[in-house]
Each structure stands twice: as structure tokens, then as C-alpha cells.
Design a protein around this ligand. Structure first.
Ligand SMILES: CC(C)(COP(=O)(O)OP(=O)(O)OC[C@H]1O[C@@H](n2cnc3c(N)ncnc32)[C@H](O)[C@@H]1OP(=O)(O)O)[C@@H](O)C(=O)NCCC(=O)NCCS
Length: 155
């Protein structure tokens, strides 16, 4: 549980230590919690993606670097970016961390010339993205044994 005066600051993953920390976070959330096979969770897109983090200020004993959330942005096609691997530590969910991280990614994407963002939302998480203005399209499909739906937003 986060104290009420905790600040959350989004940013880019820059250092090797930050990269290792967000990958470990993804492993906890997707591989351990959601049972996604590790070989599917980490893929070649990680090499070309821009990786984001969000940290608590001040850091806590549990999260010494303060990093409690992450996501990545891929160049999907001209002017279109694809957001993925959005994950917030389990005990920090519901405090607006994911929302703040997504808003930061959208600003970054717009500043870097993207006009449209797409993502494949787990069906259970769709209200989170709807809240941010993403609109569902197409049919539900399975990925890593989890039902997903494509969602898009024009920037
Ligand atoms: C989905 C996830 C990133 C949301 O992060 P979060 O920090 O808990 O979300 P926030 O607290 O910023 O929530 C923002 C809004 O979305 C809503 N929301 C968040 N998760 C939701 C969910 N699963 N179902 C319905 N609404 C949800 C919140 O109620 C909040 O709305 P409000 O501001 O009107 O109250 C987080 O739950 C998570 O990491 N889940 C596990 C990994 C995962 O499934 N990632 C998505 C892959 S597509």
C-alpha cells in the first residue's frame, strides 16, 4: 500500500539497471502472475522498442529504485506506434500509476511524430484503456492463452 503523499514520476528507461528492473517487473506480472511463457514475454521487439518506467518518489524498501510500472512503444508503421507490456506492480494498482504512465507515453509518442497509437488489450483491462480514450476494433483473439482485443487512439 502506498502512502497518500507518494508521487509517481514517469520517464524513459535509460540505464542498464533500469532496464533489468523493468524486465524483472514484467516477469513478475506477466510470467509469474499471468502465466505467460517467458519465451513469449521477452521477444525481439524489446531490442527496438522504447521502454518506459514510472517510479515512486521517494523510493520504498520494497522498490529501492522506486520503479513500480513499465510499458514499451514500438514503431508499428508510418505514424503509428504500438504500446505493449503495460504493467504495474500488483500492490500499487488502483492508484493512478498506469494512467499517468500511459499519458506520458502518449505525449512522448506525439512529440516523436506518431499520429495514432494501437495496442492489444487483455479483455479484462479494456476499461482501463477506454478511460484513456482508446476504442476497440475487430474481434477478440487469443494471445498467450489470454483473450485480447485491438484498441486504437488518434493523438
Ligand atoms: C492494467 C494496469 C496496467 C492498470 O494499472 P493501474 O495503475 O492499476 O491503473 P490506474 O490506477 O491508473 O487506473 C486508471 C483507471 O482505469 C481503471 N482500471 C484500471 N484497471 C482496471 C481494470 N482491470 N478493470 C476496470 N477498470 C480498470 C481504474 O478504475 C481507473 O479509473 P478511474 O480513474 O475512473 O478510477 C494494471 O492493472 C496491471 O498492471 N495489470 C496487470 C498487467 C496487465 O494486465 N496489463 C495490461 C495488459 S493489456
Amino acid at each position: 500500500m502506498q502512502p497518500e503523499n507518494t508521487l509517481y514520476k514517469p520517464g524513459l528507461v535509460v540505464t542498464t539497471q533500469e532496464r533489468e528492473t523493468v524486465f524483472a517487473l514484467r516477469s513478475r506480472v506477466f510470467v509469474e502472475e499471468q502465466k505467460v511463457p517467458a519465451e513469449e514475454e521477452f521477444d525481439a521487439d524489446d531490442l527496438s522498442a522504447v521502454h518506459f518506467l514510472i517510479r515512486t518518489e521517494p523510493p520504498t524498501e520494497e522498490y529501492p529504485l522506486g520503479i513500480v510500472g513499465t510499458a514499451r512503444l514500438l514503431n508499428y508503421s508510418a505514424g503509428i506506434g504500438k504500446i505493449g507490456r503495460v504493467a504495474v506492480e500488483r500492490d500499487v494498482r488502483g492508484f493512478g500509476v498506469g494512467l499517468k504512465l500511459m499519458e506520458f507515453i502518449e505525449v512522448h509518442a506525439k512529440e516523436n511524430g506518431y499520429r495514432r497509437l494501437i495496442l492489444d488489450s487483455q479483455v479484462y483491462a479494456m476499461p482501463f484503456y477506454t478511460r484513456l480514450g482508446y476504442v476497440a476494433e475487430g474481434e477478440t483473439f487469443m494471445d498467450a492463452n489470454i483473450p485480447h482485443r485491438r484498441m486504437t487512439k488518434n493523438l
